[in-house]
Ligand binder design. Structure first.
Ligand code: ATP
Length: 234
């Protein structure tokens, strides 16, 4: 869910789009995926792990240009490696809660502007927020929720949660809506939903007119309360 503090975080990130430099601390599956994707997009990524083998592996796989073996609980080691000069640092240490908390604290005390940390439990998440993480992700929890939603509502292709009660969703046009116009469906009065866009063959029509007829294989982007969205026929 994108809550207000996450929104602020991404807003601040957008203000600093130039000269982005990243460091990833912890080269498990998650950290490697973050580093790989950043590197593929052409960004400079400094990869760090206390395990020499993980550092060697990331270099031989050419996932990063720079990689260092160090213990991130040591502020002097982080300083010496230039981590405090990075614009955004991702703490991808999930299982070692103490190490993850100390590392996050070190980074904020060292002046890193954007610190993203990975949590492995609710309490871990709270602790990371307390020590100043700017954005906390909890991938196992988030993926679990997303999977459950997609299993029970297979018609929902994508969801953007505005707050706990309201969302914008992309839904496959329900069978019983096909062939009808938006005004005929009276989605606002019947379902409490507003149509923002209709897509057909991968192209979106934004703010479709009420006369827009929904075709088979199309998708609609609607905004409204979750309980209204849940009433849509699947
Ligand atoms: P995955 O992403 O595979 O799910 P995980 O979240 O379970 O991993 P961990 O296994 O806890 O993460 O740790 C990820 C990496 O962090 C490991 O490679 C580990 O060596 C590294 N690591 C742990 N403590 C430190 C530390 N103090 N300094 C630097 N790296 C560390």
């Amino acid at each position: 869910m994108v809550n207000l503090s996450s929104l602020n975080f991404f807003h601040n990130l957008r203000a600093d789009l130039k000269n982005r430099q990243f460091a990833v601390i912890g080269l498990g599956r998650f950290g490697r995926a973050v580093a790989f994707t950043l590197h593929k997009q052409g960004y400079d990524v400094l990869c760090i792990d206390s395990d020499e083998a993980k550092v060697a592996q990331i270099l031989s796989d050419r996932i990063a240009t720079h990689a260092r073996q160090l213990d991130s609980t040591q502020p002097s080691a982080l300083r010496e490696a230039g981590v405090f000069e990075q614009d955004t640092v991702i703490v991808a240490i999930g299982n070692y809660v103490q190490e993850s908390i100390i590392t996050t604290l070190n980074l904020k005390e060292g002046g890193v502007r954007h610190v993203v940390a990975k949590a492995s439990s609710e309490i871990h998440m709270k602790l990371l927020q307390k020590v100043g993480a700017d954005h906390v992700v909890f991938p196992e929890h988030e993926m679990g929720c997303a999977l459950a939603r997609s299993l029970t509502k297979p018609g929902i292709l994508d969801r953007f949660e505005l707050d706990p009660e309201h969302s914008i969703v992309e839904v496959i046009t329900p069978e019983q809506f096909v062939g009808k116009t938006i005004s005929e469906l009276r989605l606002r009065s019947n379902y409490g939903l507003n149509v923002l866009a209709v897509s057909q063959d991968g192209k979106f029509e934004i703010n479709p007119p009420p006369t827009k007829r929904l075709e088979k294989g199309s998708a609609m982007v609607v905004i409204g309360a979750n309980h209204c969205i849940n009433r849509l026929p699947v």
